[in-house]
Write a protein that binds this ligand. Structure first.
Ligand SMILES: [Fe+2]
Ligand SMILES: [Fe+2]
Length: 172
């Protein structure tokens, strides 16, 4: 028990290198379609690419600390919103974006990359409980929690900067 605690403590105190994270996602981030996520807005003034990188990096860090599959978390996190459209505008399907986009993201990801079962589960279930079926892996839970964490943070930062801009314009 003490050994497990010591190992986790060491992992927290010695954060992983940026190079290791970059190695996990290098083939994905250099792909044209993944890069195209920068064209779409996600929350406030955060693009889908920025949001996906946030989720990917935080999921990687958390999985690393917990001794989980950090590579699958980094890769699944980066592709979790790979739906490739602006969800604020019109879409090809009826119904809620929150329910449908994980399936679309997975379909796009499978078209371009070879995914393992964890990466597929991460993408497909990241909107649980909206997606009903329970995530199969601990890494899927980490990514869905980091997705919520990053989304809240992105909206709050955007609101703060919006307030600042309004104050500047109004001179108050
Ligand atoms: Fe999503
Ligand atoms: Fe997301």
């Amino acid at each position: 028990m003490l050994k497990i605690f010591k190992n986790r403590f060491n992992r927290v105190m010695n954060p992983p290198s940026e190079e290791e994270y970059e190695e996990c996602i290098s083939d994905l981030i250099n792909h044209k379609e993944v890069g195209s996520m920068r064209k779409f807005m996600q929350h406030g003034d955060t693009t889908t690419l920025e949001h996906s990188l946030n989720v990917s990096y935080y999921s990687y860090r958390v999985c690393k600390i917990l001794g989980l599959d950090y590579r699958a978390a980094a890769r699944g996190g980066l592709l979790h919103d790979f739906f490739l459209y602006d969800w604020h505008e019109g879409k090809d399907y009826k119904g809620l974006h929150g329910i449908h986009h994980p399936r679309i993201a997975l379909k796009n990801a499978e078209k371009h990359f070879d995914l393992n079962k964890k990466e597929k589960d991460i993408i497909k279930k990241h909107m649980w409980p909206l997606t009903i079926k329970l995530p199969r892996f601990k890494e899927s839970f980490v990514v869905l929690m980091m997705d919520n964490y990053c989304s809240i943070g992105e909206v709050m930062v955007w609101r703060k900067s919006l307030k600042r801009r309004i104050k500047l314009i109004l001179g108050i």
